[in-house]
Design a protein around this ligand. Structure first.
Ligand code: URA
Length: 430
């Protein structure tokens, strides 16, 4: 029943979506506002989300939903900064530490990178959890300090305030418990409402596909990327996307301090080839949005310019870039049972194993272990000899190691033939 002062009835809007009718802007604005006010009940919003998952939304409905979620909270602005702002968002993957080298790399060309990040939940790690393994580093920074750091250093990686798109926060929590996470219109509007509210003028999306990613299938990832690029463009944010393969873990480390160490290697001009490739390609896309299509990010990694910004970025948030990183108390190395070629290394079980070792959390309020995780000593296609180390598990608690090993059963194989080479970047959308 509709209240006397309410414009619509939630039940009518649920039925409309169930019957595949396109909702109007006014209906969507009311639904999101009434849900944020607590007038529309959680079970009604959940039923509506399920109708969206089953029946989809039109482009204008998705745009209206995104704008309504932005309007539910505050909107940041970097006007007057004197620099172009460019941000990056990844849909999340195993060993995905790219934000760490990327933000200072892009800032080293004079652009401003306001990277509002989150903590990890489940098998994909959170950028803030990784950086918090650096002694002294703080994720929470006041808006004025953030502006000052963007002006002086050029890059900030910090926690997103609770005021950005609060309607999305509530809706996402419901989707998590009602089997409605996987709806492309809801994922796209959720991610883009936060990114647009952040006030960046350009955005590059790293949309991952494959078994270690949210979207298992390339075609679905492409649809998600197209939807998000359209949303950003419609909202006046120059947006493009890379579709990247998440079949095997990215780089050679999974886990907080281990991933910081690898990121620093990349900033020092070294590091694994896949991490370098993705960092450089995302940087190129961000620099193109910032009016620097011919800038060479690989050069800024090689000559130390990006490392210089990294050190200043860490120090500005209280961190000591020279402090030794924490290490876990216990470790166990798995060796090759036979000689041959490493033919597979499945991202998802490796992500789950790192999580079980203590690198990730099961509930939002759980702590994470800075030193826990996995170091990979070989990648698919590498020739290995019997007894050679394949990977090392690290944990603060010995009892976690057998559970992690159990999740790695069948997660890798040694064979006679090299797996078919897969390009890391499958497509680009702009
Ligand atoms: N990340 C988000 O922020 N929202 C989603 O819906 C999925 C991933």
């Amino acid at each position: 029943m509709r209240g006397v002062t309410e414009a619509y009835d939630a039940v009518d809007l649920i039925i409309a979506k169930r019957e595949k009718r396109e909702l109007t802007t006014a209906e969507i604005d009311w639904l999101v506002d009434a849900f944020t006010r607590g007038y529309v009940a959680d079970e009604q919003m959940s039923a509506w989300a399920m109708a969206v998952l089953l029946n989809g939304m039109t482009r204008s409905e998705i745009r209206d939903l995104t704008l309504a979620m932005i309007a539910s909270g505050e909107r940041m602005s970097f006007d007057g900064l004197g620099k172009t702002t460019v941000d990056k968002h990844s849909t999340g993957g195993v060993g995905d530490k790219i934000t760490l080298p990327l933000a200072p790399l892009v800032a080293s060309f004079g652009l401003a990178v306001p990277q509002l990040s989150g903590r990890g939940l489940g098998h994909t790690g959170g950028t803030l959890d990784k950086l918090e393994s650096i002694p002294g580093w703080r994720a929470d920074i006041a808006p004025d300090a953030m502006r000052a750091q963007l002006r002086d250093v050029g890059a900030v990686i910090c926690a997103a305030g609770a005021g950005l798109a609060p309607a999305d926060k509530r809706l996402y929590a419901l989707r998590d418990t009602t089997g409605t996470v996987e709806a492309i219109p809801l994922i796209a509007s959720s991610i883009m409402s936060k990114k647009i509210a952040e006030g960046t003028s350009a955005l590059v999306l790293d949309v991952k596909f494959g078994e270690g990613a949210f979207m298992k299938d390339l075609e679905l990832a492409r649809e998600l990327a197209r939807t998000m690029v359209a949303l950003g463009t419609d909202a006046g944010v120059a947006t493009s996307a890379l579709l990247t393969d998440m079949t095997v873990p990215l780089g050679l480390t999974i886990g907080n301090a281990l991933e910081v160490r690898e990121s620093v290697e990349v900033l020092a001009g070294g590091g694994p080839a896949d991490v370098i490739e993705l960092t450089v390609e995302l940087a190129r896309a961000m620099l193109a949005h910032g009016g620097l299509p011919d800038a060479d990010p690989a050069e800024a990694l090689a000559d130390g310019r990006a490392m210089d910004v990294w050190r200043r970025m860490i120090a500005a948030q209280g961190g000591d870039p020279d402090a030794p990183l924490p290490t876990a108390k216990e470790s166990e190395t798995v060796t090759a049972p036979s000689s041959g070629i490493l033919s597979s290394q499945h991202a998802l079980p490796f992500g789950i194993a790192a999580w079980r070792l203590g690198a990730g959390r099961a509930r939002q309020q759980d702590p994470v272990s800075a030193g826990a995780g996995i170091e990979l000593h070989a990648k698919p296609g590498d020739r290995v000899t019997k007894g050679q180390p394949l990977f090392t598990l690290h944990s603060d608690e010995e009892a976690r190691i057998p559970r992690a090993l159990a999740s790695l059963e069948g997660a890798w194989a040694i064979g006679e033939v090299a797996p078919a080479a897969r390009p890391l970047i499958a497509d680009r959308i702009s």
